[in-house]
Every structure is written in structure tokens, then in C-alpha cells.
Design a protein around this ligand. Structure first.
Ligand SMILES: C[S@@+](CC[C@H](N)C(=O)[O-])C[C@H]1O[C@@H](n2cnc3c(N)ncnc32)[C@H](O)[C@@H]1O
Length: 238
């Protein structure tokens, strides 16, 4: 395993942050699906399935999944658009895209969420799962998500969020204790510490809604899962 290069002080934004994130996901890619399954108690694909259903897609629609990683959101979206539609995945970590390609997803592209190599107003819907927390320029990425959508196009965003659930103190402790230990099981404790830090530093659901509004979205709805630790934002391009 390569020596961990990340600074214990998580850089909040900018190129240092992007380089750190790219390296972390380059390393965790082979164990990503396994640890995701453990950490979500086997629930993660169910949340993506719910998010895909909320988008009310039609056969023939075009959907872009940004920060697609190993492609599990693509699998949830593909049945909704049928053979006449298109689901495209984009990510900046080649090793994560290799994981998606190994699952047979045909439309994958290497690219940065803050500078999408995608034509303006060309997609009916856009999704991003556990990606926004990682991007170096959150508002820049949100503007890009709005830019590539057709007028009235829809967004589904799934991510960690600070919980307001009455049991949150227990589940917070479990998350802080368990995540590095699961990372240790696959030989990457420090990389999985990144997940804890980036989650602690991320916005609560109301603040993310405000940033979505500022980036050009409206009709924003929020659902939460797993004792309020996972937020699903559904929004429409204004
Ligand atoms: C936690 S994983 C989520 C993967 C996938 N969406 C899922 O649902 O499992 C975060 C992904 O975001 C990607 N990522 C982070 N910042 C990015 C950026 N600026 N541009 C493109 N991909 C990015 C990482 O490479 C990684 O694959």
C-alpha cells in the first residue's frame, strides 16, 4: 500500500483538496464496494433506488451520474430510461471508473465535476451520490450540474449529513468508531479516516438546500435515511 499522502488537516477547497481526494479514491477503489456494504449495513443500493424513483424518469431520458465511482447509481438509473435512453457516468478517479467498467456499464467518462466536459442543457436529469462532500469547489460543481440540465431537468443528490435524529449521538459514535476500523480491515485505516473528516466538515441538509437554490435549482425536497445520517435532495432546475 502506498504511504498515505493526505494531510490530517483536511484542505477545505482548491487544487490540494482535489488532488487528495483523487489519490484517496485511487487507493480505496478495490475495497470501496465491500466497505460501502458494511458501513451502510447493506442499505446503500436501496437509497440509490429510492433516489432514482424520485426523479420520475421516462424511457428515452438522458441521465448524467456525476462522481459515479464504481457505478452503483448507474445500475439504479438504467432500468428507468430503457434501451432508448442513456445513463452516462463521470468521475475523475480512473481506478473507480475501472470498477464501474467491470460491472458492464457502457458509458463512462473521465472528468472533473467542477468542469464537466458536457454540453449545456443536454441532460434530462443529473445524479450525484456521496460526491458533493468531496468536490473542491462545491458551488462551482452545483453550477455545473445546473448548466448541463435541460430547462426543468431534475437533480438527485445523496450524501452524508449531520443527523438531527434523537439517537444521533449513538449512531455518530458508532460511525466515528467503526469507519476507521473497517478501513483497517482492508489495510487503509487512514484513507477511511478521510471519510469521517469529510463527513464532519460537510453541510447540513438545510444549508445544502440553500446552496442548491443559489446555484439555480428550486422545488427542493429532502428525505433522510439511516437515523438522519443520509440526505436525499431532489430539486429542479429553475
Ligand atoms: C464516495 S465515492 C461515491 C461513488 C458513487 N457515486 C457511489 O454512489 O458509490 C465519491 C466519488 O467522487 C469522485 N470525485 C470526487 N471529487 C470529484 C470531482 N471533482 N470530479 C469527479 N469525480 C470526483 C471520487 O473519485 C469518487 O469516485
Amino acid at each position: 500500500m502506498a504511504a498515505p499522502v493526505h494531510d490530517p488537516q483536511l484542505p477545505p477547497s482548491g487544487p490540494e483538496r482535489a488532488a487528495l481526494v483523487q489519490e484517496v479514491f485511487g487507493r480505496v477503489a478495490p475495497s470501496y464496494d465491500k466497505v460501502n456494504h458494511w458501513m451502510s449495513l447493506g442499505q446503500h443500493q436501496k437509497w440509490r433506488t429510492k433516489a432514482a424513483a424520485e426523479l420520475q424518469l421516462k424511457p428515452g431520458d438522458r441521465v448524467l451520474d456525476v462522481c459515479c465511482g464504481t457505478g452503483d447509481f448507474l445500475a439504479a438509473l438504467e432500468p428507468h430510461v430503457g434501451p432508448s435512453g442513456q445513463v452516462v457516468g463521470i468521475d475523475f478517479a480512473p481506478a473507480m471508473l475501472d470498477g464501474a467498467a467491470a460491472k458492464g456499464h457502457p458509458r463512462l467518462s473521465l472528468g472533473d465535476a467542477t468542469r464537466l466536459p458536457i454540453q449545456t442543457a443536454s441532460f434530462d436529469a443529473v445524479t450525484i451520490g456521496w460526491g458533493l462532500r468531496n468536490v473542491a469547489d462545491l458551488d462551482g460543481a452545483l453550477r455545473e450540474l445546473a448548466r448541463i440540465l435541460k430547462p426543468g431537468g431534475r437533480l438527485a443528490c445523496l450524501d452524508m449529513t449531520p443527523s438531527r435524529h434523537p439517537l444521533r449521538q449513538i449512531s455518530d459514535r458508532v460511525f466515528h468508531w467503526l469507519t476507521p476500523r473497517l478501513g483497517r480491515r482492508v489495510g487503509m485505516e487512514q484513507d477511511y479516516q478521510y471519510l469521517v473528516k469529510s463527513t464532519d466538515a460537510f453541510l447540513d441538509a438545510a444549508s445544502l438546500s440553500a446552496r442548491l437554490r443559489a446555484a439555480g435549482f428550486d422545488q427542493i425536497r429532502v428525505r433522510t435515511f439511516m437515523f438522519g445520517h443520509i440526505a436525499l435532495h431532489i430539486a429542479q432546475k429553475s
